[in-house]
Design a protein around this ligand. Structure first.
Ligand code: NDP
Length: 363
C-alpha cells in the first residue's frame, strides 16, 4: 500500500494524465474522423432513431498498428503503462468522477426529469444518449474501455518480454485469446446497439466508471499475475484451456448472433431451419430454445479459460470470473423482470419452453 501511495507523486501523476488524456483524446478525435458504417439505433421514446458511426474496429486496429510500430521501432515501450499503473488508475478515477459530474450538470441544464437525489441521479445518469461533437458518449465509452483493456494487457506482455527476453506459453495463450475476443467484439460492434445498456440505461457513474476504470484496470488483472509467472504449462492443460475458451466463445458469439440476425430478419434460418419465435417476438430456435441467457454462460467460460492460465498461485485473478458470475446472475434477474413486464404471458410461455437460464438442468 505504501509503495502505491509513494508512486502517486506529482511527476508520475502528470505523466499518467498526459498518457491517459492523450489516449482518450486520440480515440475521441479518431471516432469523429475515421469513416465507418452508419447504423440507426432502436426507436427512442419520441419515435426518432439515433445514428451511430461504427468505426470501432478501425480505431482498434489503428491503435494496434501505432503501438506495434512504436514498440518495433523503439519509439517508446508499452511497459510504461505497467510502470505508471497506479498513477494511471488514479487519473482514470479522476477522469470518471469529473465526467460523471459534467454529465449530471449537463442533464440538469437540459431540464431532463430527475429522481431528486443528486447522488442517485449522478449514479444512474441523467440523460440516455449524451452526445458531444456528434459522438454518442455512451457508445464511445466502449472504445477507451476495451481498447484500454487491450493496451494494459499488451503492456504486461511488453514488460515480460523486457524482463525475460521472451513471452511464456501462458502469456502467449492469454494474449492470443484475449486479442481474438477484443477483435471479435469490434467486428460485431453493431450488436452493442441492441444491448440493454445502450437501449435502456442512462449514462451516469455506473456506466462511466465501469467503462473507464473497472473494465481496463480490473479485467486485465490476470495479465499482471502472468508477468512474473514462469512455470511452464503442460500441453494437455493448454489444449484443455483452448477447448474451454473455444466452446465458450462459440456459445457466447453464436447466441448473440442468432438474436441479432433474427431481429434484423425474422425469416432467417437458424441451425438450418426457419427461425421459430413465440408470438413472432421471442426466439426459441437455436441456443435461445435451450436457455434464456446462454450468452452469459459462454462469456463466463471465456473469462474462466484465460484466468486459469494464472494457475492457482492466488485467488486474486479469480475475483474477475467470480465477480462476472455475480454480475450476470443479477443482470439476468433484472433483465427477466424487464422482459416479464414487457411481454407478460408471452414471457411466461417462453420460460416454460426454455426452462433454464444459464446452465441447462441446473440453473
Ligand atoms: P442480451 O443480449 O441477452 O439482451 C437481453 C434482451 O434481449 C432482453 O431484454 C430482450 O430485449 C431480448 N430478448 C431476451 N430473450 C429473447 C428471445 N428469446 N428472443 C428475442 N429477444 C430476446 O443481454 P445483455 O444486453 O445484458 O448482454 C449482451 C452481451 O454483452 C452478452 O453476451 C453479455 O455476455 C455481454 N456483457 C458483457 C459484460 C462484461 O463485462 N464482459 C457485461 C454485460 C454484458 P427486447 O426484446 O426488448 O429487445
Amino acid at each position: 500500500m505504501r509503495s502505491v501511495l509513494d508512486s502517486l507523486t506529482p511527476h508520475n501523476l502528470a505523466v499518467a494524465a498526459a498518457l491517459y488524456g492523450g489516449f482518450v483524446l486520440f480515440l475521441f478525435v479518431a471516432s469523429m474522423v475515421v469513416p465507418g458504417q452508419r447504423l440507426e439505433g432502436v426507436p427512442l421514446a419520441d419515435g426518432t432513431r439515433k445514428q451511430y458511426r461504427l468505426n470501432g474496429l478501425w480505431l482498434y486496429l489503428l491503435t494496434v498498428a501505432v503501438l506495434a510500430a512504436a514498440q518495433y521501432f523503439k519509439w517508446f515501450s508499452l511497459s510504461i503503462v505497467v510502470k505508471y499503473y497506479w498513477p494511471l488508475l488514479a487519473v482514470a478515477n479522476v477522469f470518471a468522477f469529473t465526467l460523471t459530474a459534467i454529465l449530471y450538470f449537463q442533464g440538469r441544464r437540459a431540464g431532463v426529469e430527475l429522481r431528486g437525489n443528486p447522488i442517485v441521479d449522478a449514479f444512474y445518469g441523467t440523460e440516455l444518449n449524451p452526445t458531444w461533437l456528434g459522438v454518442d458518449l455512451k457508445m464511445f465509452a466502449y472504445r477507451p474501455s476495451l481498447i484500454g483493456l487491450g493496451v494494459i494487457n499488451w503492456a504486461f506482455a511488453a514488460a515480460q518480454y523486457e524482463a525475460l527476453g521472451a513471452l511464456t506459453t501462458r502469456m502467449w495463450f492469454y494474449q492470443i485469446v484475449y486479442f481474438l475476443y477484443l477483435t471479435n467484439y469490434f467486428q460485431f460492434e453493431y450488436g452493442m446497439i441492441y444491448t440493454w445498456d445502450i437501449i435502456a440505461e442512462n449514462f451516469g457513474w455506473m456506466l462511466v466508471w465501469g467503462d473507464y476504470v473497472l473494465v481496463p484496470f480490473f479485467y486485465s488483472i490476470p495479465a499482471w499475475y502472468l508477468l512474473g509467472y514462469t512455470e511452464s504449462l503442460e500441453t494437455w492443460k493448454l489444449v484443455a484451456l483452448g477447448a474451454l475458451w473455444l466452446c465458450g466463445f462459440i456459445l457466447f458469439r453464436g447466441t448473440n448472433e442468432q438474436k441479432h440476425q433474427y431481429k434484423a430478419n425474422p425469416q432467417v434460418k437458424i441451425w438450418g431451419k426457419p427461425a421459430e419465435a413465440l408470438g413472432g417476438k421471442l426466439l426459441v430456435s437455436g441456443f435461445w430454445g435451450i436457455g434464456r441467457k446462454l450468452n452469459y454462460t459462454g462469456e463466463l467460460m471465456v473469462y474462466t479459460a484465460w484466468t486459469l492460465t494464472t494457475g492457482f498461485q492466488s485467488i486474486v485473478p479469480y475475483i474477475l470470473p467470480i465477480w462476472l458470475a455475480v454480475l450476470f446472475t443479477h443482470r439476468a434477474w433484472r433483465d427477466e423482470q424487464r422482459c416479464s413486464a414487457k411481454y407478460g404471458d408471452l414471457w411466461q410461455a417462453y420460460r416454460a419452453r426454455a426452462k433454464f437460464r444459464m446452465i441447462p438442468f441446473l440453473y
